[in-house]
Design a protein around this ligand. Structure first.
Ligand code: GDP
Ligand code: IMO
Ligand code: MG
Length: 430
C-alpha cells in the first residue's frame, strides 16, 4: 500500500494526466492539491481523448476524485467539466467527486483583472498567463479577502463578501484599468445557481482522505503545472501562483507528510514551455519545429504553441532535490524517433564558468548557455514497444544517461498518448 505524489518536473505539460490515469487503476482515490483550470491534463483511452482542467485524472478509472483545499476553482468551468463527462457517459456525482469546503472560488473579477494586467503589461512584460484568474484569486486568498466554497454555502455570508470585495475590485478595475465595473448582484445571481448544483459535492476532504488512508485505501496526489512554475522555486516572476512542488501535496489536501510514501516526477523526453520566461535549452531551428510538430505541442488549455527544446538535466536535478523524487516517468519518448542525434544538457556555462545548479537570478540564467553532450538517436518507431528489452540500444542509452545525470531511477516510459502505450519498469506502489 502506498500513497504517491505525481509531480511535473519541467514547465508543465509533461504528461501528468496520462500517467495519473494509468496509475489510478491501482489507487482508490485521486486528489488534486493546487492550481486551477490553468491546468490541462490529457487522457487518451481506447482512442478517445479527454482533457480535464479541474477534475482529477482518476475519473475515467471510476475512482473517487478530490478537489483539495489548495485549489482555486472556477465553478462555471467545473460544472462544464461535469456536464462534459456526464455526456460522455462518465457519471460524476457526489459519491465520486468531493470538493474541499476550503477551496477558493475564482470570481469574474479575478479573470477580468488577470487579463487586464496582461494587456496593460504589453508583449514585452506580460507573463503569458492562461487568463483564467489564477493569480488574482490566490492573491485574494493571501490577503484574506478570498471567497471559499464554505462561504458559497451560506447565502448571507456569501452576499456580504461579494458586495464588500466588489467595492474594492471595481475601484481598481475602473480607476486603474479604465475597465467596466462588475455588477455584484449579477455575480450573486449566477453563483446562486452554481451553489445549488455544487453544494452536494462540498465536504471536509481532509477528514475524507485521512479516513481512507487509515482504512487502507491507496491515494494518488496529482500535481498540476511543473516544478519550474512553482511560485517559490520556479523562474519567478514567470511562474504560476501556487506551490507546485511535492511539499504542497500535504498542505493542499490536508494530510501530513508522514502519509506520503513515494514521489514520482514526470519528465518529458525533451523540454517544452508555454507562455513567457527563460528556457535555456530552447530550440529556434528546424529540430525545434520538428519536435513541436511531431509532439503536437499545443497547450491543452489555451491552444498556444509550446516552445520546444532539448532535455535539460540541470532543471531535472533541481526537481529531484526540491521534490525528493523517488522515481521518474519519461514521457513522449516516441517523439524523438528518427532524430539522428540527441542533445542532453548536463550543466550551464555562465561567462566561462560551469554551473550545475539552477540559478535563481534571472539575469544570470539569461546569460547561461547549455552545455550539451550528444548521444546517437534511433531510427526505429518505438510506439508499439511494450517491453523495455525490446527498445533499441540507443533508446536505452538515452534513458540510462537520464538516470545517471539525475541519480534517479526510471519507473515508467511512455511511448504514445494512449493509456496502453506504456512500458512499466518498476511497480511504484511497491
Ligand atoms: P499534462 O498537463 O502534464 O497532463 O500534459 P498535457 O496533457 O497538457 O500534454 C501532454 C500531451 O502529450 C497530451 O496531448 C498527451 O496526450 C500527450 N502524450 C502524453 N504522453 C505521450 C507520449 O508518451 N507520447 C506522445 N506522442 N504523446 C503523449
Ligand atoms: P498543466 O497542469 C503549462 C503557465 C502559463 C504561464 C504561467 C502563469 O497542464 O501542466 P497562470 O495562468 O497559472 O497564472 O499562468 O504558467 N501555466 C502552465 N504551463 N502547463 C500548465 O498546467 C500551466 N499552468 C499554467 O502558461 O506561463
Ligand atoms: Mg497540460
Amino acid at each position: 500500500m502506498a500513497n504517491i505524489v505525481i509531480i511535473g518536473t519541467q514547465w508543465g505539460d509533461e504528461g501528468k494526466g496520462k500517467i495519473v490515469d494509468l496509475l489510478a487503476e491501482h489507487a482508490d482515490c485521486v486528489v488534486r492539491f493546487q492550481g486551477g483550470n490553468n491546468a490541462g491534463h490529457t487522457m487518451v483511452v481506447k482512442g478517445e481523448q479527454f482533457i480535464s482542467h479541474l477534475i482529477p485524472s482518476g475519473i475515467l478509472q471510476g475512482k473517487t476524485c478530490v478537489i483539495g483545499n489548495g485549489l482555486v476553482v472556477d465553478p462555471e468551468v467545473l460544472l462544464e467539466e461535469i456536464d462534459y463527462l456526464n455526456k460522455k457517459g462518465i457519471e460524476v456525482n457526489p459519491n465520486c467527486l468531493k470538493i474541499s469546503e476550503k477551496a477558493h472560488l475564482i470570481m469574474p473579477y479575478h479573470k477580468q483583472i488577470d487579463m487586464a494586467r496582461e494587456a496593460a503589461a504589453g508583449k514585452n512584460k506580460e507573463i503569458g498567463t492562461t487568463g483564467r484568474g489564477i493569480g488574482p484569486c490566490y492573491e485574494d486568498k493571501a490577503t484574506r479577502c478570498g471567497i471559499r466554497f464554505i462561504d458559497l454555502l451560506d447565502t448571507e455570508v456569501f452576499e456580504e463578501k461579494v458586495r464588500d470585495v466588489c467595492r474594492e475590485k471595481n475601484f481598481y478595475l475602473t480607476q486603474f484599468f479604465s475597465q467596466n465595473a462588475v455588477d455584484p448582484e449579477a455575480i450573486i445571481a449566477a453563483y446562486k445557481d452554481y451553489q445549488q448544483r455544487l453544494a452536494p459535492f462540498v465536504t471536509d476532504i481532509s477528514v475524507y482522505i485521512n479516513q481512507g488512508i487509515k482504512s487502507g485505501k491507496q491515494v494518488l496526489f496529482e500535481g498540476a503545472q511543473g516544478t519550474h512554475l512553482d511560485i517559490d522555486h520556479g523562474t519567478y516572476p514567470f511562474v504560476t501562483s501556487s506551490n507546485t512542488v511535492s511539499g504542497n501535496a500535504c498542505s493542499g489536501a490536508g494530510v501530513g507528510p508522514k502519509q506520503i510514501d513515494g514521489i514520482v516526477g514526470i519528465v518529458k523526453a525533451y523540454t517544452t514551455r508555454v507562455g513567457k520566461g527563460p528556457f535555456p535549452t530552447e530550440l529556434f531551428d528546424e529540430i525545434g519545429d520538428r519536435i513541436q510538430a511531431t509532439g503536437a505541442e499545443f497547450g491543452a488549455t489555451t491552444g498556444r504553441r509550446r516552445r520546444c527544446g532539448w532535455l535539460d538535466t540541470v532543471i531535472l536535478r533541481n526537481a529531484v532535490r526540491l521534490n525528493s523524487l523517488t522515481g521518474l516517468v519519461v514521457t513522449k519518448l516516441d517523439v524523438l524517433d528518427g532524430l539522428e542525434s540527441l542533445n542532453i544538457c548536463n550543466s550551464y556555462d555562465y561567462l566561462g564558468q560551469r554551473i550545475d545548479e539552477f540559478p535563481a537570478d534571472l539575469k544570470v540564467l539569461e546569460q547561461c548557455t547549455p552545455v550539451y553532450e550528444t548521444l546517437p538517436g534511433w531510427s526505429e518507431n518505438i510506439s508499439k514497444i511494450r517491453d523495455y528489452k525490446d527498445l533499441p540500444q540507443n533508446t536505452k542509452n538515452y534513458l540510462r544517461r537520464i538516470e545517471e545525470l539525475t541519480e534517479t531511477k526510471i519507473d515508467i516510459v511512455s511511448v504514445g498518448p494512449g493509456r496502453e502505450e506504456t512500458i512499466v519498469l518498476n511497480n511504484i506502489f511497491d
